[in-house]
Design a protein around this ligand. Structure first.
Ligand code: GDG
Length: 462
């Protein structure tokens, strides 16, 4: 097998971005194959330039700037105002704009042109996420015949929802230029397969592949994981203990119910705040006994819907605390800032309840980090949305409908009162699963499958 070429919007060129999921997953594989990580530099400039190349820590980086116009149309526009909401079932929040789509196509085209000049025939290309749905087809048009895999980190929606995108035909057709399409769950995979079979004239073959547009594609679910040992070790480091001690001083013996999410409307934060309000109303015995702390670093603040969410959360937390707080008790603590990974690990470890209730989520790594950080002798309880991809791997969590504030409130109450034996049983079952399917399993399985596809016979028609 030749070099691995990773393609993603943000890369780990910034050393501060190397601790997260994708960086951990790709890094060793890139080093081992003398590979290259290709993507956006994170800079916006007046005029487009070529590729910036450099090496760091054994990985070659090939980075491209976006012009201000491209950033507006490709990134903020089509990626985050059309694809992100639609793929998370928020047709009400989607904004369809022809110029945004033209900008999306143009960036996929320009990036593919720049990348194709770097490629050798036996390179294996692994493209990530919704920013680059068109990249595979563009690379084919630039003459690259080798293996190209794609992994979608966010959900693939039901065909009925996907078809609301005016460009659905074009997007899906381009996605079939990849040899292997990876999804977080069987459901997401089944959604794309159903779209191909029912709306794109596709045919399912005996070996499970789908033939469509004269091509053959393999679709498969690869639930992404974390480095469990590494995260468990983080939770015992000094920095983690310091964070546990600091929040412990604030808690004063109260039970901690913890949420950690990018401030994104897909994460269900307003509904979660409402559920905590209901918990306090329905269970007066908890007054003064629990504290819900929500860490929510703001993201995509240039997109209007995100700014509106911020206002909504400020308002909701204020009114719930105003109604139910007391001289010595603030029921909801909401911190719109980020913490280091070590600090997060320490907070997870001290929490009695991990509250992970997205309305839709590809996988959700916070659920896995929460489990990894627990003390095996006294583990906390995970309350998890049915609509997080992680739920398909974690039947032992307390699974809830995030829209049903009664159900979420009751699950938190049950988690707080759960006997130690039951907590241990549930925790160890989930811990086993996330150890079996960790981040290294994810990478190896995907790359193994991509390496064993007979790319020659799958070439798209010219
Ligand atoms: C996308 C998909 C899929 C959060 N706050 C802080 C912080 N975080 C870290 C968490 C976790 C990561 O960010 C969030 O990952 P998630 O998986 O929960 O969600 P998305 O960002 O939406 O990721 C998702 C994922 O891709 C991978 O495929 O699971 O479904 O939407 O690692 O710990 N990290 C630091 N400070 C914070 O305040 N350092």
């Amino acid at each position: 097998m030749g070099r691995l070429i990773g393609v993603s919007n943000r890369t780990a060129a910034d050393p501060n971005a190397r601790a997260g999921g994708l960086a951990v997953a790709l890094w060793d594989a890139l080093v081992a194959s003398n590979g290259t990580w290709f993507g956006w530099s994170g800079r916006t400039v007046d005029e487009a330039r070529g590729i910036e190349m450099f090496s760091d820590g054994g990985v070659d980086f090939a980075l491209v700037d976006l012009t201000h116009e491209e950033h507006e149309r490709f990134y903020l526009g089509y990626s985050n105002r059309a694809l992100w909401p639609i793929f998370h079932y928020r047709t009400d929040l989607a904004n369809f704009d022809d110029e945004d789509f033209a900008g999306y196509e143009a960036v996929n085209h320009r990036f593919a042109r720049l990348l194709s000049k770097q490629l050798k025939p036996d390179d294996v290309v692994w493209v990530h996420d919704y920013h680059f749905c068109l990249m595979g087809e563009e690379l084919r048009q630039h003459g690259f015949d080798g293996r190209i895999g794609y992994f979608l980190h966010i959900p693939f929606p039901a065909p009925e929802v996907f078809r609301t995108l005016p460009e659905h035909t074009r997007l899906a057709r381009a996605m079939t230029a990849y040899n292997l399409l990876g999804f977080q769950t069987e459901d997401h995979k089944a959604n794309f397969e159903r779209y191909l079979l029912e709306f794109a004239g596709g045919r399912k073959n005996d070996d499970g592949t789908v033939s469509v547009h004269g091509r053959t594609v393999t679709l498969k679910a690869y639930p992404i994981g974390i480095d469990v040992d590494d995260f468990a070790a983080l939770a015992e480091k000094d920095k983690a203990r310091e964070a546990s001690t600091r929040i412990g001083r604030f808690l004063g013996g109260r039970e901690l119910v913890l949420g950690v999410d990018r401030m994104d409307y897909s994460k269900g934060l307003p509904q979660r705040f409402e559920a905590v309000g209901r918990l306090i109303r329905d269970y007066p015995d908890l007054h003064g006994k629990v504290s819900y702390t929500q860490i929510a670093p703001p993201s995509r603040t240039k997109v209007d819907e995100y700014a509106e969410l911020r206002e909504q959360l400020d308002q909701l937390s204020g009114s719930i605390n105003g109604d139910h707080g007391d001289l010595d008790w603030i029921p909801i603590r909401y911190l719109a800032r980020s913490y280091t990974r070590d600090e997060l690990a320490g907070l997870y470890r001290i929490a009695r309840v991990g509250l992970v209730t997205p309305l839709r989520d590809g996988m959700n790594l916070v659920a896995k980090e929460f489990i990894a950080a627990q003390d095996p002798h006294d583990p906390g309880v995970l309350v998890l949305s049915h609509f997080a991809g992680a739920a398909s791997q974690m039947p032992e969590a307390l699974l809830v409908n995030p829209y049903d504030t009664h159900e979420v409130a009751d699950a938190i109450y049950r988690a707080i009162h759960m006997p130690l034996e039951e907590r241990k049983e549930r925790w160890s079952a989930i811990d086993k699963t996330i150890r079996e399917k960790d981040i290294y399993w994810w990478r190896q399985t995907f790359l193994h499958d991509l390496g064993h596809i007979d790319a020659e016979s799958d070439l798209p028609p010219v």
